[in-house]
Design a protein around this ligand. Structure first.
Ligand SMILES: Cc1cc2nc3c(=O)[nH]c(=O)nc-3n(C[C@H](O)[C@H](O)[C@H](O)COP(=O)(O)OP(=O)(O)OC[C@H]3O[C@@H](n4cnc5c(N)ncnc54)[C@H](O)[C@@H]3O)c2cc1C
Length: 447
């Protein structure tokens, strides 16, 4: 560390905490604001790139690693209005990029739920958006990227790269180097969306509705978590609606979900409040209907969820997200329902999505139905036991977990869930010479 300081490049000490609040640690943070400062750290200093730090898990920091905060690299560098190619620095937030593009008649069709996620974070976690079955994951938008590798400089890589470095960087959790910029292929957004609500009685019916609506721009389900109504819910199907009155972009003042949400001192999500919230959302959403919605609003529905997250309190939450193959999903859903009836866990939210991609590396993709569950961080052993039961059930049904969201995953479970785990690990290690890059996440899952 002193080496870096004597070169005049200050490192700040900061206590960083994951969005789910399951891990925090005091680390050194470097915030370079010019490209040459990417070479300021001693060549053998362990490090990890940090975008906006809005991963649920501790993916952008870890004990003994310097977090390289990329937020100063946030410029839009080039934009071809004719071809829809945008060159943007890695620290730019996806919400800001969408806000710039939408009035010009372009957008990124894949955007994760948090508007502060950076472009670098979206590539490194290969995130999905509102309908991964239609749009794929973020890597499908990347035409080119520039990667900084300590001691070796900047590499320009594109989809034709045969060294494996481009592929290892997309979904590589920051282990192959630091992305400095990317050229992304944009799409034309629908003028507005007609968001239809389709009621479902259980998760198996939800899966059928999701499959039938595979082409929608927006497609996700909300499900009741109360044991006696488990899985009942509504699928939101957003189709393009050129006649709709909603504007394509939202001109209302910016109210993005903050990267850091001050928690309430205690968790408000107990059995009683979870039941009340489910009853209220059921009442509100479980009516068939259609509403016109601005695309920007549909892209970031969690912008209004500040209090929802704050209410998990200082102990935070855990998100479990598993992708289950179609042919096993109904059996999985039935077994999960029985498990919920038996264990009576506190589940604040259940959502579903459709996937139709290829499982590559550790990225969350494949063909099937993804279920995500938010649970208040455990106070009771039974809550821990429920995570384990879900993991066992999911693995038994061929499920694939999402490492960027789930703090409960460990190497043993990932190895069982992802067949070629050792080959993936070896490929990532090949591009991470001296294991220079690493975070709490990558250490926990044995990379
Ligand atoms: C409320 C909420 C909703 C979400 N919704 C979704 C969703 O719908 N779909 C989805 O897929 N995900 C979703 N996520 C997860 C989130 O989009 C990803 O974790 C994303 O990576 C966060 O971006 P970030 O800039 O904060 O990355 P960070 O958390 O800072 O880092 C994430 C990973 O990317 C790496 N990284 C970041 N920048 C760079 C860079 N410049 N070069 C190399 N590596 C880099 C880090 O090392 C780390 O491994 C959600 C998260 C939250 C909190």
């Amino acid at each position: 560390m002193s080496d870096a300081e004597t070169r005049g490049f200050a490192l700040a000490r900061a206590r960083l905490r994951s969005f789910d609040r399951q891990f925090d640690v005091a680390v050194s943070v470097q915030q370079p604001d010019r490209y040459r400062l990417l070479d300021a750290l001693p060549a053998d200093q362990p490090r990890i790139a940090r975008g906006s730090g809005v991963s649920y898990v501790a993916a952008s920091f870890g004990a003994n690693a310097v977090s390289v905060d990329m937020r100063s690299f946030n410029r839009l560098l080039a934009f071809d209005m004719r071809t829809g190619l945008l060159c943007v620095e890695a620290g730019a937030c996806i919400g800001d990029v969408q806000r710039f593009l939408l009035p010009l008649g372009w957008y990124l069709p894949i955007a994760p739920g948090h508007p502060r996620a950076s472009i670098g974070g979206c590539i490194a976690a290969d995130v999905h958006g509102k309908n991964p079955a239609r749009d794929g994951t973020f890597r499908s938008l990347v035409e080119e990227l520039q990667l900084h590798v300590p001691g070796r400089g900047l590499f320009n890589l594109d989809t034709r790269d045969s060294s494996g470095l481009f592929a290892a960087t997309c979904g590589g959790l920051g282990l192959s180097g630091t992305i400095t910029r990317a050229t992304l292929r944009l799409s034309r957004p629908p003028r507005a969306l007609a968001l239809r609500r389709v009621l479902v009685d259980d998760l198996a019916q939800a899966a059928r509705v999701l499959r039938e609506a595979a082409n929608a721009h927006v497609l996700y389900g909300w499900h009741d978590s109360r044991p006696d109504h488990f899985g009942r819910g509504v699928i939101h199907v957003g189709l393009s609606d050129d006649e709709a009155v909603a504007p394509a972009f939202d001109a209302s003042p910016r109210r993005d979900l903050p990267a850091h949400i001050a928690p309430w001192p205690w968790s408000a999500w107990n059995r009683g409040t979870i039941n009340l919230a489910n009853a209220w959302l059921s009442h509100r959403w479980r009516r068939a209907g259609i509403e016109a919605m601005a695309v920007a609003k549909a892209l970031f529905p969690l912008n209004d969820a500040r209090r929802y997250f704050a209410a998990f309190g200082r102990a935070g939450l855990v998100e479990l997200q598993w992708l289950i193959p179609h042919d096993r999903f109904d059996a999985f859903a039935a077994a999960l329902g029985e498990c919920v009836a038996r264990s009576q866990p506190r589940i604040a939210l259940i959502s579903s999505k459709l996937f139709d991609g290829l499982p590559r590396g550790l990225a969350f993709d494949g063909r099937g139905i993804a279920l995500a569950m938010h649970l208040p961080a455990p106070r009771e052993i039974s809550q821990f036991a429920f995570y384990e039961q879900v993991g066992e059930l999911a693995v038994a049904h061929g499920g694939r977990p999402n490492p960027i969201k789930d703090s409960t995953l460990d190497e043993a479970l990932l190895r069982r869930a992802i067949g070629p785990f050792d080959a993936i690990r070896a490929e990532l290690a090949r591009h991470n010479s001296g294991r220079l890059f690493g975070s709490e996440l990558t250490r926990r899952i044995g990379l």
